[in-house]
Design a protein around this ligand. Structure first.
Ligand SMILES: [Zn+2]
Ligand SMILES: [Zn+2]
Length: 370
């Protein structure tokens, strides 16, 4: 079996480039692994960062990594062959056919013990692996534990949002005690906008504000039920103290931008004594003064999780819950997926994803030509 795949290849000065190659599909990793024919894959901010940086976290060899962890496809062999699925990207204990570690038993999949080994077989996640493939390809391997069947009437364009929505759901579930509180989300990209969806479901009665940079992001936030603002000082009733630092802002802020400046904006926007949840994986922060000035609590979160006691009709697993919510909103992809490219056209797709303002881009997706 052969197919197309986009791989990371080394460039000058420690940079990396995507290159489309044709070649054999890597061998089946084990008897429980299923071959998935990719039909749609998303481009995530972490893919763009991963292409720019070396090494790739958790990959034994960063060369040859196939990016793409937002994957929708069709089971190509074994039981259920022909079913449309979305793939859980994390290769946790269950997918390794190993006894569950304490993190996996507690449903905290982002902290699975196997990710902390000096060398991680298959890497920690699809999209960062050489031998499992990734979404930016014709084929990918997924353990049977990693596939979720899709409702037949859920189009790929919406189903491809399940992975980032699962990240948002699992994060917002960790701050359920803020139900009814005002929430401010910083970041108008896919993750920020899907956090609006997660807040509406997980925190009933909460008003949601979104700090966004661009008009088209404000329009999308409004369509999802959030009130868009440009800076924390624009929040209703805000009393700025100095440089946009609010004393009486919302009780919960979510950093969905994943940069130093978005985290700072989140800390400035939240009220004194409030809580800040990081969903966007910021690497650094150049100003922590709002944290101690206002006595804030900073809460980190990584990727997907299962909740031990979900509230009916919620699903325990955050990816299952994302599929359930999208099943009730099958048109969401029309709002958030702004650009579609053939996998062969990955260079143009990445250029659009990197210049979001110019192209008014939210989610950019790749589809292998049929
Ligand atoms: Zn992602
Ligand atoms: Zn584990």
């Amino acid at each position: 079996m052969t197919g197309r795949r986009v791989v990371r290849v080394p460039g000058a000065n420690g940079t990396w480039w995507p290159r489309l190659v044709h070649g054999p599909v890597p061998p089946r990793p084990g008897p429980q692994w299923r071959l998935v024919r990719v039909t749609t894959a998303g481009i995530c901010g972490s893919d763009l960062r991963g292409l720019a940086q070396a090494p790739v976290h958790g990959a034994a060899d960063p060369a040859g990594v196939v990016p793409g962890h937002e994957v929708v496809g069709v089971l190509a062999d074994g039981p259920g062959s022909g079913e449309r699925v979305v793939v859980h990207p994390l290769v946790t204990c269950a997918a390794r056919d190993e006894p569950l570690c304490a993190s996996c038993r507690n449903g905290r999949f982002g902290q699975c013990d196997s990710f902390w080994q000096p060398t991680v077989r298959w890497s920690k996640s699809l999209g960062f692996s050489t031998d499992l493939g990734g979404g930016w390809a014709d084929w990918v391997w997924a353990h049977r534990d990693m596939v979720r069947t899709l409702p037949p009437d859920l189009p790929d364009r919406t189903a491809v949002l399940a992975e980032p929505l699962s990240v948002a759901i699992s994060g917002v579930r960790s701050v359920r005690d803020h139900a009814g509180d005002d929430v401010v989300i910083v970041g108008g990209g896919t993750l920020g906008l899907l956090t609006v969806v997660a807040v509406a479901s997980v925190l009933p009665g909460s008003r949601c504000f979104a700090v966004v940079r661009h008009d088209f992001q404000a329009d999308a936030a409004r369509a999802l039920g959030a009130e868009p603002v440009r800076t924390p000082a624009d929040l209703p009733g805000a009393r700025p103290r100095g440089a946009e630092v609010l004393i009486d802002g919302p009780g919960l802020a979510v950093d969905a931008g994943g940069t130093s400046s978005s985290l700072i904006a989140a800390m400035r926007a939240v009220r004194a004594g409030g809580r800040v949840l990081t969903l966007g994986n910021p690497d650094d922060c150049t100003d922590l003064s709002p944290l101690w000035l206002k006595g804030l609590t900073l809460l980190g979160h990584l990727e997907h999780a299962a909740e031990p006691s979900p509230r009916p009709p919620e699903s325990a697993d955050s990816l299952d819950e994302a599929v359930r919510l999208l099943g009730a909103a099958p048109d969401l992809g029309r709002l958030l997926v702004t650009h579609t490219f053939a996998t062969d056209d990955v260079a143009r797709a990445l250029a659009v994803a990197r210049a979001r303002r110019t192209h008014r881009a939210i989610k950019v997706i790749l589809q292998p030509p049929s």
